[in-house]
Design a protein around this ligand. Structure first.
Ligand SMILES: NC(=O)c1ccc[n+]([C@@H]2O[C@H](COP(=O)([O-])OP(=O)(O)OC[C@H]3O[C@@H](n4cnc5c(N)ncnc54)[C@H](OP(=O)(O)O)[C@@H]3O)[C@@H](O)[C@H]2O)c1
Length: 336
């Protein structure tokens, strides 16, 4: 066999392997590689002080449970103290922590004047902040033409400015120590955009732009990592809590969540991203993962597809179903 033919066969084999990996993937290929060959969260994230916002529910709550098994010190923040206390109790029951290792710190992300005091409280309690997980946030389910401008302001105040404000309080401490991780739960909607969530997409696009800009300002501090975590649909209360046409209105019910990625799987992949200092990760089943890749290389095709999907989302939503239900369900994979 000639060398040229052998090389050609190797290239073809590599292509087939990559294609198979991609079809089975529930995250971008760098993340999948890190899961297979990279550093383990169990080795990298122990003995750290981790501050999680939005810890009273969904992704943040599950993150608290998985982190509590790694032996970190935890700061749990959100608005509802009783829910945070519930999460703390469960962390103590199932994890490796003692009461003194978990601080419940109520925090409203939109009340930016309280963020400095909150940061001081964490430093007073634990003396350092190794990881800030900017996770708290809300989504949207309403058409632009029907929606009050106040909803757009609220989404920017909470998802974008609230996160920027807390980061501004914590970053000087990390700069002083020349180390730290700022991990932000963004969304695939910070890369793509869909109907019924124009304000949410805008707030997440803004966050991605902000953190990518900030990362490039921190070149002199290689010990500080800025990570954007971009999940697709994940089981949580995000739809129930999503804003609708008016600020005081939310969707109020979860709909069928069974087709979405299990929260535990999403959080495991987040921990792998943190352990490996990945700068941006996409965590999603297909077809959203495929759309994210297509969006990079074939934007025109992607926008055409997303307007087709967008029409279906609106029809689903109007008939009382979860917006993504009908086209996502047949592709559902079980991960746990
Ligand atoms: N689930 C998904 O499909 C998905 C996909 C992509 C990205 N995400 C992102 O993941 C993050 C977590 O959402 P989730 O899915 O876990 O939804 P969730 O179950 O509704 O949890 C949202 C969390 O944010 C907190 N929060 C809301 N408003 C707040 C405020 N003003 N100040 C402080 N905390 C506030 C909530 O706590 P309180 O109500 O107690 O304040 C709650 O703990 C969000 O940033 C979301 O955009 C979710």
């Amino acid at each position: 066999m000639s060398w040229e033919l052998l090389l050609g066969l190797c290239a073809l084999l590599l292509l087939v392997v990559q294609l198979l990996r991609f079809l089975r993937a529930d995250g971008d290929l760098t993340l999948m590689w890190a899961e297979w060959q990279g550093r383990r969260p169990e080795w990298e994230l122990t003995d750290m002080v981790v501050w999680v916002t939005g810890a009273s529910s969904g992704i943040g709550e599950e993150l608290a449970y998985q982190l509590s098994k790694l032996g970190v010190s935890l700061v749990l923040s959100a608005r509802r103290v009783d829910e945070l206390e519930r999460v703390k109790r469960k962390c103590l029951e199932n994890g490796n922590l003692k009461g003194k290792d978990i601080l419940v710190l109520p925090l409203d992300l939109t009340n930016t004047s309280s963020h400095e005091v909150a940061t001081k409280a964490v430093l007073q309690e634990f003396g350092k902040i190794d990881i800030l997980v900017n996770n708290g946030g809300r989504s949207q389910r309403s058409l632009f033409v029907d929606t009050s401008l106040d909803v757009y302001k609220e989404l920017i105040d909470l998802n974008y400015l609230g996160t920027v404000s807390l980061t501004k309080c914590v970053l000087p401490h990390m700069i002083e120590r020349k180390q730290g991780k700022i991990v932000t739960v963004n969304s695939l909607m910070g890369i793509l955009s869909v109907s019924l969530a124009s304000g949410y997409c805008a707030s997440k696009h803004a966050l991605r732009g902000f953190f990518n800009g900030l990362r490039s300002e921190l070149g002199a501090y290689p010990g500080i990592t800025i990570s954007n975590i971009c999940p697709g649909p994940v089981q949580s209360n995000i739809v129930k809590n999503a804003l609708t046409e008016e600020v005081m209105k939310s969707v109020g019910n979860d709909g069928d969540q069974s087709y979405k990625m299990a929260t535990s799987r999403c959080v495991r992949l987040m921990l792998i991203s943190m352990a490996n200092d990945l700068k941006e990760v996409w965590i999603s089943d297909h077809p959203f993962l495929l759309l994210a890749y297509l969006g990079q290389y074939m934007p025109t095709l992607t926008w055409w597809l997303s307007s087709k999907l967008g029409k279906r989302r609106i029809e689903n939503f109007r008939s009382g179903m979860d917006a993504d239900f009908s086209y996502f369900k047949p592709l559902k994979k079980k991960h746990d």
